[in-house]
Ligand binder design. Structure first.
Ligand code: AMP
Ligand code: GLY
Length: 429
């Protein structure tokens, strides 16, 4: 089978890499892909954009592609899965109505309240209700969280330490900082605890979790400084015990899928629950995403033994209940992100990356996030550049290998955190 993966990040590189390990996958096409997918054997980048519905349909027909996997949320929220399905193309990714779980926080919160899924107390306001929003913040007090309703590339959330900060966030959102995405906001109770990601695959009838993961969002060591798209991640996250996974299955995933079905929403893809786990062990859903997590996918997939195409096709064909239990490698997986200096602020691009082969030779797998291939050289092309990943017998082993990989790789101004996984491993001497 030939598979087409939509997207250009580390997640899509990891999906292509895993798909190509399957005996039944011959070629993967990436739209548009990156430097990593350009040099991956049996993988080919197509120079189309990730939102070019028609171009993707044509590519599927030209190359006789048997499955399309949609990586990012934007094409899903635009209805790419619906469009391809109408063209009778097998597609992994929820319909536009299902993608609302991620694309509209007010919709997702109303859904959770309706279904009884544990989540933070909240209220939604439109830009005509600014006085009510301000009054709500004054009544609730700080800390409090203000969220733009729509997609904002991970930048729409303000965790406000003071009422003043929350009011400023309200004004900015209604003032157009996030465009249409910020015309409605959700104001939410501040939750204390540790975050974890549970990604689950579903065919709309059955839902099965993947291994839980934990990422480091802050740019600085000690989890300090501004938030990023993720500076590193590991799986399986020991924070999420087996007992908690059973609760997530029972209290979050199964009721969510049952309710989507009741609403006649076609949901065949990943349901990603971003969880806050309180010090007492209470679980609340911070957000739902309608796709594989980035960088969680880069840490989870190297542990997966079941061929990925079998899993994705079982979702597409609604035969997930018949698929044998997913098989996982024992041990642990660690991914350390190498970023361009300055990220998440301004950064440079176009720098030559060296040492990728040496990192591979010591057993690390490097998933490219922001890179491109030009004249045979891999160049930086984004803030998060690479996710250097390794599996091992335990977290100490996996992180030692991932960091050895990082040490082989060079580009001008590269930056990485040296303390990724500090909660689960011994300090590196
Ligand atoms: P979201 O996009 O809703 O997941 O929010 C982005 C990030 O903001 C989360 O990963 C958390 O770090 C933080 N955050 C969101 N909601 C809350 C909350 N209710 N309490 C504390 N932190 C939050
Ligand atoms: N790792 C966060 C996300 O994929 O949204």
């Amino acid at each position: 089978m030939k598979v087409l993966v939509v997207g250009n990040g580390g997640r899509e590189h990891a999906l292509a890499w895993k798909l190509l390990q399957s005996n039944t996958v011959e070629t993967v096409f990436c739209v548009p892909g990156n430097g990593g997918t350009a040099i991956l054997e049996n993988c080919q980048n197509l120079s189309l954009t990730a939102t070019d519905f028609y171009g993707i349909k044509e590519a599927v027909q030209t190359h006789e592609i048997g499955l399309v996997v949609i990586g990012p949320e934007v094409p899903l929220a635009m209805g790419m899965a619906d469009y391809l399905q109408q063209e009778k193309i097998p597609v992994f990714g929820p319909s536009q109505s299902g993608a609302q779980l991620e694309a509209s926080k007010s919709w997702a919160k109303a859904f959770m309240k309706d279904v009884g899924i544990p989540t933070a107390r909240s209220q939604a306001f439109t830009d005509e209700e600014i006085a009510q929003a301000v009054a709500y913040v004054e009544e609730q007090g700080a800390p409090i969280v203000v969220k733009a309703d729509g997609l904002a590339a991970g930048k729409g959330v303000t965790v406000a330490a003071t009422v003043e900060e929350a009011k400023a966030a309200i004004s900015e959102s209604f003032g157009g900082k996030f465009g249409l995405s910020g015309e409605c906001i959700v104001i939410e109770e501040y939750l204390v605890g540790q975050e974890a990601s549970v990604l689950a695959i579903t065919d709309g009838l059955t839902v099965r979790p993947l291994l839980p993961a934990q990422d480091h969002k802050a740019v600085g060591e000690g989890d300090t400084g501004p938030n990023t798209g993720g500076m590193g991640v590991y799986a399986p996250a020991p924070l999420v015990t087996l007992e908690m996974m059973e609760r997530v299955q029972r209290e979050v995933l199964e009721p969510a899928i049952a309710s989507l079905r009741d609403r006649n929403i076609d949901y065949r893809g990943v349901l990603y629950a971003g969880l806050m786990i309180s010090p007492e062990g209470d679980i609340k859903v911070l957000e739902f995403n309608c796709r594989f997590g980035d960088p969680e996918t880069q840490a989870i997939l190297p542990l997966l033994e079941t061929p990925l195409d079998e899993i994705l096709l079982a979702c597409v064909n609604q035969t997930l209940a018949e698929l044998p239990p997913l098989r996982w490698k024992n041990g642990a997986s660690a991914c350390v992100v190498m970023a361009a200096g300055g990220y998440p602020g301004d950064y440079k691009t176009g720098d030559v990356i060296t040492g990728l082969d040496q990192a591979e030779a010591i057993g690390a797998v490097t998933f490219h996030a922001g890179t491109e291939l030009q004249n045979g050289q891999v160049l930086t092309k984004g803030g998060r550049v690479l996710g250097v990943t390794a599996t091992g017998t335990d977290f100490d082993d996996a992180f030692a290998k991932a960091y050895q990989g990082v040490e082989q790789i060079h580009f001008d101004g590269s930056y990485y955190r040296r303390d990724i996984g500090h909660r689960v491993r011994s300090p590196i001497a």
